[in-house]
Write a protein that binds this ligand. Structure first.
Ligand SMILES: [Zn+2]
Length: 311
């Protein structure tokens, strides 16, 4: 098998809103034929299938935060990629995501990743049970290895310095906490492979910890919001303030890419409407490297080419 790493931006739209043809937020990193998911937004099941990804090669999924536009299709992703009849997973896969929110006043009663998955299994228990006996599929419960990401202690950086979340023979995944108030925790993930690295910002305002995580990364996948769109459409001040406080302008994404020395910038999780050229031009005004405005299903090879080789 050829040894390669490839990023596929399965969906690139922010939500929960449908304002164009792009799928909701989800990405895949394919390493030597095995793949890892980052977020499970609307449309990721079909997008992954169309990209040629099959559950039998799925290793683990990483959830940046629990906004529905990042996890809404996780239940369907598991149900559509499980068992031999669909070339799905038949041995354990990992799910890594946030625990319950300790900062929220009702956080101890609101679901973290473990609840999200266990409630999914309960909600679909009839279907799951039927398919085990009727289609000889393995028990789904025994195939999901769910981890709530532990945030390091203050002495270890309190999540503001990169910490290891996952490691196997193909990837090392590190994370930091990013700034997505009032959501907590919200993570950015960096994947290091033999061929280079890809860093996913998750949803965040301009974040110094992300610069630390993404230092020298080959590809920075960063979110962006076009505040002008929401203002011109008459959205409420509260809504616009959330966008301003917890997301990043294209110029901001460019600044982060420049500060960390990214090989190239891939804009994804685009909130609000703008032309491709507008997204690109605004990010390029603050970043000297290549800017890509990602579309659903787009592929980027990870080659680890030095920044000097940028075109
Ligand atoms: Zn969010």
């Amino acid at each position: 098998m050829t040894s390669v790493t490839e990023l596929i931006t399965l969906g690139t739209a922010a939500g929960p809103a449908i304002r164009g043809k792009e799928n909701g937020m989800a990405s895949a990193l394919v390493v030597d034929g095995k793949y890892y998911m980052v977020d499970f937004g609307l449309g990721c099941v079909r997008a992954a299938h169309q990209a040629g990804l099959r559950g039998q090669d799925f290793v683990a999924g990483f959830i940046t935060h629990l906004h529905s536009d990042h996890v809404g299709e996780l239940p369907a992703y598991l149900l559509w990629n499980w068992g031999e009849p669909v070339d799905g997973f038949t041995s354990p896969v990992g799910v890594y995501g946030p625990g319950r929110d300790p900062q929220h006043v009702r956080g101890d009663k609101l679901s973290g990743t473990k609840d999200l998955v266990s409630h999914t299994l309960q909600a679909f228990s009839y279907d799951l049970d039927i398919r085990v006996t009727d289609e000889a599929r393995p028990e789904m419960t025994s195939l999901l290895d769910v981890h709530e990401i532990e945030i390091p202690s203050v002495e270890q950086g309190a999540g503001h310095r990169p910490f290891v979340v996952f490691e196997d023979e193909r990837v090392k995944v590190t994370a930091v906490l990013v700034l997505h108030p009032p959501v907590y925790p919200a993570f950015a993930f960096r994947f290091d492979t033999a061929h280079g690295s890809v860093t996913f910002s998750g949803d965040t305002a301009e974040c110094p910890a992300l610069v630390e995580l993404a230092r020298g990364t080959d590809i920075l996948v960063h979110e962006a919001v076009n505040l002008d769109f929401f203002t011109s459409m008459g959205f409420s001040p509260t809504f616009i303030n959330h966008q301003r406080e917890s997301h990043t302008s294209p110029e901001g994404a460019g600044r982060i890419a420049e500060a960390c020395g990214a090989g190239q910038l891939v804009l994804s999780h685009l909130a609000g409407v703008a032309s491709v050229e507008e997204w690109r031009t605004r990010a390029a005004s603050t970043f000297s490297g290549q800017v890509n405005v990602a579309t659903s299903g787009q592929r980027f090879s990870v080659t680890g080419a030095p920044a000097a080789a940028r075109i």
